[in-house]
Design a protein around this ligand. Structure first.
Ligand code: SF4
Length: 288
């Protein structure tokens, strides 16, 4: 399995203290993504300007702290990562086998206090579908509390339901054309999966990343509320998270342009209003 980040986190990606794995590869292309290094399944060479050294590139692609990615595109040997091991340039992911992930989780079981366990997020977990299904199945058999955080677009997502205790799904937009323009995928597959999860999964948490100029209009909010009214139930909770630019620096480190602007920040009044509107339709609003 390709994993680009892992570590413990308390109460943000599921209950209690959790070991969180970020899996490489995503089928969406959201420009506000906080983990751009996790987007390409083939990985990306990350350049950390604080540690970079010109000497690790024999093709003169590095000048000071700048990397000429045009030169990198035609680089076959990638000596910066194959012949050197520095903090300055590194491949975004490490590879572990399914056995290794399962063993690692089990070895950390004593740390899963306050109802904790393991969470798989991304990137997008379902891009490595067969592997994640096997890992979840085996961890569930060991009695480990499992959670995934998904963009919800995978056509076989429901196959994972029996092995997930806590299912966290993004709902970015209801309007399909806008969803496709922003993420590269229409909203229908996502909404279909959320509907199915609301019917079949005992514990679904739906998250809206609220982004100014993307999904914070009155029209968008009304569409969200109609959808949430349809899927609400005792097994479903909702959360609205405001845009942040924590990932901005990482876009540069991946050699990519960060396209979000100040307009993406959401006014606190709009945020509170949306959260209240969810509670007002009788849906359960809460933070994970
Ligand atoms: S991939 Fe690495 S070795 Fe190749 S040109 Fe880029 S910086 Fe140089």
């Amino acid at each position: 399995m390709k994993i680009f980040q892992k570590g413990f986190n308390y109460s943000q990606d599921g209950d209690g203290n959790r070991l969180v794995y970020h899996l490489q590869g995503c089928n969406m292309r959201c420009p506000w993504c906080a983990n751009p290094e996790g987007m390409p399944i083939e990985g990306v060479i990350v350049a950390d300007e604080d540690w970079i050294l010109e000497s690790i590139c024999p093709h003169h692609a590095i000048t000071g702290s700048n990397v000429n990615r045009t030169i990198c595109e035609s680089c076959e040997k990638m000596e910066c990562i194959t012949e050197h091991s520095t903090k300055g340039m590194y491949l975004s992911y490490e590879e572990l086998t399914v056995d290794e992930v399962v063993d690692e989780v089990l070895a950390n079981e004593m740390m899963f206090y306050d109802g904790g366990g393991v969470t798989f997020t991304g990137g997008e977990v379902t891009v490595q579908f067969e592997e994640i299904r096997e890992v979840l199945k085996r961890l569930k058999a060991h009695g480990i509390h499992t959670a995934i955080e998904t963009n919800g677009a995978h056509g076989r997502l429901a196959e994972l339901f029996p092995y997930i205790d806590q299912l966290i799904m993004d709902c970015k937009l209801c309007d399909s054309k806008k969803h496709e323009a922003m993420t590269g995928i229409p909203s229908e597959p996502v909404m279909k999966n959320i509907r199915e999860a609301a019917k079949k999964h005992p514990r679904l948490h739906v998250r809206v990343p609220l982004v100014g100029g993307v999904n914070d209009s009155e029209e968008d909010r009304e569409a969200f509320l109609r959808f949430f009214d349809e899927i609400k139930g005792e097994n479903v909770t909702f959360e609205v998270l405001a845009y942040h630019e924590f990932g901005k620096k990482k876009w540069a480190q991946c050699g990519r342009e960060y396209q979000m602007t100040e307009k993406a920040y959401v006014d606190d009044t709009v945020l509170k209003c949306f959260r209240k509107a969810i509670a007002d339709i009788g849906a359960c609003y809460r933070r994970t």
